[in-house]
Design a protein around this ligand. Structure first.
Ligand SMILES: [Zn+2]
Length: 101
């Protein structure tokens, strides 16, 4: 998984196309990320008999990493992630400005 929690990404597809938000959670196995305020759905919870009020809850569903692009924190451009192997280990770099991100 190339994206990490707290990365800033732009949504490229779907109803939230164009939104730029932070990744809240990464689901490595599924290849999905949960992004603040993106892919939200309203769920209506019916009140039970007995006077309980029904309510609407907003749930956020994860989106596929294929539908988002990373915004480089250094050059602020939409970019892809590359890796550079150094003595200390692998570092993530921006393919545009080549800086470590
Ligand atoms: Zn960059």
């Amino acid at each position: 998984m190339k994206l990490k929690k707290n990365d800033i990404v732009t949504v490229m597809k779907g109803k939230d196309k164009g939104k730029t938000e932070k990744i809240e959670k990464v689901f490595t196995k599924e290849g999905k990320v949960l992004i603040t305020g993106v892919n939200q759905f309203k769920r209506h919870i019916k009140g039970r008999a007995g006077g309980q009020k029904s309510e609407i809850t907003i749930i956020t569903k994860p989106v596929s990493v294929a539908n988002v692009k990373l915004v480089c924190p250094k050059c602020k451009k939409l970019t892809r992630v590359g890796y550079l192997v150094q003595k200390t280990g692998k570092v993530r770099i921006c393919k545009k400005c080549k800086k470590e991100i």
